[in-house]
Write a protein of this length. Structure first.
Length: 285
């Protein structure tokens, strides 16, 4: 699956969407990060799924943090991140999270930094794209310092809603998201707490279950819509080009074309309450 999404993640439209996502999530992530990094200095951070490095720097360029290691699957994004951000504090590596090469990279990084583990491991919208996310959580545990903190952010569509929604367009587009193989497991969030318990983590806390906007918060609703739905026309155009034998993709593409503009208008401009499921967890080793 990671090979399949490679071309999509480096497109300008996707980079723009990620910027909107970063802006939206700051309200929900910020207080959690502030709590994690309070007081203690000299911390080492591992950011799993760092993309082009932009948000890694925005999140972790803090006085409490001494070093940040970003891990990303796509070579192009790693090259960009190292060109733009690599320095005394930040470094980025390419690794497949479901391959043994990840551990080689982490051991090399820890040896070079002369650390025994990471104080904080951050995993943002990654588990939903893995075949066996529990295995990654188990593997990462030994690289997290004792009493270190892991923070996980992932999608969970059961907390997504739009009220009122007489035409049920929210349900239509959530179904389209769930049928999009590039979108990952849209119900990943509900399984994470169980994975963490089974893997032996403790002090598991759920900090948030959704991002939401009230009827008159138009700017915020635009950010939510762009984060959770703007990629669908691009994804299904790509799938129709690469998966020619699957006629369902062509039918879904037709539905998107028919309903997308009016759904966005209802979502953003009308007097509706909207929420999209994003779960934020912290736990300790």
């Amino acid at each position: 699956m990671m090979d399949q999404i490679k071309d999509v993640y480096v497109l300008d439209d996707e980079i723009k969407r990620l910027k909107n996502q970063n802006q939206l999530l700051e309200e929900y992530e910020g207080p959690v990060y502030n709590h994690i990094f309070r007081k203690k200095r000299g911390q080492a951070v591992l950011d799993i799924g760092c993309n082009n490095g932009m948000k890694t720097v925005e999140r972790f360029d803090r006085k409490e943090i001494e070093s940040v290691t970003g891990i990303e699957y796509h070579k192009e994004l790693v090259a960009f991140a190292n060109t733009r951000y690599k320095g005394e504090k930040f470094v980025f590596y390419q690794a497949d999270l479901e391959d043994s090469g990840l551990e080689m990279v982490l051991k090399k990084d820890m040896k070079e930094k002369k650390i025994t583990g990471y104080d904080v491991i951050n995993i943002s919208f990654v588990l939903m794209h893995l075949k066996e996310p529990e295995k990654l959580l188990c593997r990462l545990k030994k690289y997290l310092k004792k009493n270190g903190t892991m923070m996980i952010i992932d999608a969970e569509d059961r907390f997504s809603t739009m009220v009122p929604d007489e035409q049920k367009r929210m349900k239509l587009f959530l179904d389209i998201c769930q049928r999009d193989p590039l979108s990952g497991n849209r119900h990943s969030g509900e399984k994470i707490k169980r994975y963490l318990k089974k893997s032996g983590y403790h002090k598991i806390v759920v900090h948030s279950k959704c991002v939401n906007a009230k009827e008159k918060e138009k700017d915020k609703k635009e950010l939510i819509f762009d984060t959770f739905f703007s990629y669908l026309p691009l994804d299904y155009a790509y799938l129709c080009e690469t998966e020619l034998e699957d006629s369902d993709y062509f039918e879904i593409k037709r539905k998107i074309k028919q309903h997308y503009a009016i759904f966005r208008k209802e979502f953003v401009e009308k007097s509706v309450y909207v929420a999209c499921g994003v779960m934020i967890f912290t736990c300790c080793r």
